[in-house]
Design a binder for this molecule. Structure first.
Ligand code: PLP
Length: 389
């Protein structure tokens, strides 16, 4: 009798599980833990958005929508992008409603990559980028960033990574985990490299609305970039809608058509109830976005000031809701630091290396948690550093 074969795809098995979950699992078994580990808003979805979802269900909106998503929602998103960034998209052919940026990212890779195509990815970065490229048969080429450049990737670093196989650049700014926001000047330099090497850009701008003391620059709005950019945005962070699973992709019609094809056969459409809630989010959500942004900003000042004072030095994050301090003062590596901090002081942070090799010696601290909890976490971290510094 023949032995059962190994049925698992080598390509999928080559991708390790995310390094973030392990800490959540340990933290979940402990009492009195303050978690700075979470990558999602602590706010619940604002009331009018919730109500829109509930009313949609009560009206019987329990069916599929068109593959691309509700036309009304696509139109509202087109107006939103025009208003904020002066970037126009045709809602009929250039906008696709997806199951969060997560699905949009998957679609972007599936629709554009052929086996062996290289994708340049600045790191440390969101944990899904490299796996999604691998799942689609591509090859991720990681490019380091550093605090010396405020964790912004440079055009030189990108250009140095270009080979004849390079097809795309995957940008994720404002950044999870560093909080970095790209300046217009740096983005323009990158646009020049992108043009010179004829690259596609996949731009994950999920945190575009959560920036502080600065302006977000929408990559496709730069000269010449619209026709070669897939823009990914969503509702999870700014509207506190992670669990609704809703986002969108926007880009040139010929690329969007291919993304729609993958989406049509794998997903059918984004959740209908979430689409109705998202419509109200886009149309009426602005005051709530601004209120939450201001609260994140207050917490950001607290945590950045506190961490630097303790000796866990960190460059000022200008976006998202993460601080990314160096733990050099403790002499520990980031995994030991995170484990000991959790065991000894019951504060959960994520080791920076979970986001790429340049995260070695750093940890990610999310400030999407209550101000008072951050104050207490800083006190505990102060004790910890004093003991180990
Ligand atoms: C940079 C970044 N992109 C995409 C995602 C996925 O978001 P969504 O909930 O829209 O799938 C996250 C979630 O943490 C993220 O941080």
């Amino acid at each position: 009798m023949s032995r059962v074969r190994n049925f698992v795809s080598e390509r999928i098995a080559s991708v390790p599980p995310s390094g973030i979950r392990r800490f959540f699992d340990i933290a979940a078994t402990m009492e009195d833990v303050i978690s700075l580990g979470i990558g999602e808003p602590d706010f619940t979805t604002p009331e009018p958005i919730l109500q829109a979802g509930i009313e949609a269900l009560r009206r019987g909106e329990t069916h599929y929508t068109s593959n691309s998503g509700l036309m009304e929602l696509r139109r509202a998103i087109a107006e939103h992008l025009d208003r904020l960034y002066g970037q126009t998209y045709n809602p009929a052919s250039e906008i696709l409603i997806t199951v969060g940026v997560s699905e949009a990212l998957y679609l972007a890779c599936a629709a554009t990559l052929d086996p062996g195509d290289e994708v340049i990815i600045p790191e440390p970065c969101f944990v899904s980028y490299a796996p999604e490229v691998v799942f689609a048969g591509g090859v991720p080429v990681m490019v380091p960033t550093s605090p010396e450049n405020n964790w912004q990737v440079t055009a030189e670093a990108i250009e140095a990574a270009v080979t004849p196989k390079t097809k795309a650049l995957l940008l994720g700014y404002p950044s999870n985990p560093t909080g970095a926001v790209m300046s217009r000047e740096r983005l323009n330099e990158i646009a020049t490299v992108v043009k010179r090497h004829n690259l596609l850009v996949i731009s994950d701008e999920l945190y575009d609305r959560l920036v502080y003391d600065t302006q977000h620059v929408c990559f496709p709005s730069l000269p010449g970039m619209y026709s070669r950019t897939i823009l990914l945005m969503g509702f999870s962070k700014a509207y506190a809608m992670t669990g609704w699973r809703i986002g969108w992709a926007a880009g040139p019609a010929e690329i969007m058509e291919m993304m729609r094809r993958v989406h049509q056969y794998t997903i059918m459409c984004a959740p209908t109830v979430a689409q109705y809630a998202a419509l109200v989010a886009i149309k009426e959500g602005e005051p709530f976005v601004e209120e939450m942004r201001q609260e994140y900003d207050r917490r950001r000042r607290l945590i950045v000031g506190g961490l630097n004072e303790i000796g866990l030095t960190c460059v000022e994050p200008k976006g998202a809701f993460y601080a990314f301090p160096s733990i050099a003062v403790t002499g520990m590596d980031e995994n030991t630091f995170a484990e000991k901090l959790l065991q000894e002081e019951r504060v959960a942070v994520v080791p920076g290396s979970a986001f790429g090799p340049s995260g070695k010696g750093y940890v990610r601290c999310s400030y999407a948690t209550a101000y008072e909890k951050i104050e207490e976490a800083l006190e505990r971290m102060r004790r910890f550093v004093r003991r180990h510094g």
